[in-house]
Ligand binder design. Sequence first.
Ligand code: ATP
Ligand code: MG
Length: 426
Amino acid sequence: MAIQRPKGTQDIFPGIVEKWHYLEAHIRKVCSDFGYQEIRTPIFESTELFQRGVGDTTDIVNKEMYTFLDKGQRSITLRPEMTASVCRAYVENKLYSQPQPVKLYYMGPMFRYENTQAGRFRQFHQFGAEVLGGEDPLVDAEIIQVIWELYRRIGLRGVEVHINSVGCPVCRGEHRERLHSYLQDRVAELCQDCQSRFERNPMRILDCKNRDCQRLTVGAPTTLETLCDDCKEHFDKVQHYLRILEMPYKINPKMVRGLDYYQKTAFEVMAEGIGAQSAICGGGRYDGLVEEIGGPATPGIGFAMGMERILAVLEKQQAGWEDETDYKVVVAALGETAREKGFQLTMELRQANISAQMDLLGRGLKSQMKHADRVQARYAVIIGEEELAGNIAIIRDMKLGDQTETALESVKEYILDQINQSQREV
Ligand code: ATP
Ligand code: MG
């Protein structure tokens, strides 16, 4: 039997990969416009990084990690997310001694052993950004603006930004106590996960997706009710700055992020139209994380968005992918000498930064022209036996349907001229 790809993985091939390019190009441009620089870290890290950096009360660490022993008996994990890696790299490379804040972004595959369903894969891609060394609420507003601006540029509609504050170690103690006494008599009715969260991480019960848990927490105390003065002021300022940017948002007091080290601001972006997996982006402040993994006390904030889910929303909304502005040329030649001339010409066009191809299978002229159609070439350069004898080529404008003859040695100039002209007309 033929070998198949592992469950929860995808092949991204031509026809689809262009949509990835479209999204990636916009991501890079937005990040550079906002002053974020790219960071690339290893796909695998020592398991301990995620145990400490993501937190061993989270689903990610408890249930979803791809962990194995390598041949040297080290415990290795395929990264399930990037924040821990970015913080590790920040500490390991002493980026804290550079001017702060450090603004970084990344894109790449993440790995989680999940129950696969629509929009939920075992290998999926995230775009994310992190700001380390900045605790001002302006930073929170700016990083949320990165997300909003990206969606504006790619034409994503029907998205909602939800924000909340989960407090800090100072005020979370009180919330925990209140929540405990509120849920004390209902523990038995909570789902299995939440029963264990009740002792280890009760705050997370608030955003459990289980219907019973949601019903049981309808009137439960939220973190917003117990914010200390510092956290309250921070949250007010974040909202103030978001209003200055005229960014719409909703306060969702039940939204608490999955990671243990989140503090103060938490946010999530929801999209309509892609079913149950409607969270397309999640993020928040994690002021305790860098210290937790052995660095100096450093405030941090970041987000991660699921790229497959963004593409799914775009697909649903049939948003227009950017027009292909590339001019493609197909050189169609018949006979060995014509093929040699054509081969040379193809090379010259490519050296002039024009996308050019020629037949590699020795097919007839007719199927070469079919190929030109299929790859949506703008120009076909035809060199048959007759043309070769007259030292000319036929240049067909595949879009306008007209054609012209030109001397073989001026084909390149002719095409460059045509492209220049139509670019001026645009
Ligand atoms: P969920 O509640 O959907 O499991 P999460 O809290 O685990 O999300 P994060 O760890 O915050 O998600 O990841 C950020 C984003 O990455 C999510 O909002 C989502 O868009 C995307 N994402 C997370 N897990 C997957 C997955 N298994 N497949 C595809 N996209 C994912
Ligand atoms: Mg998850």
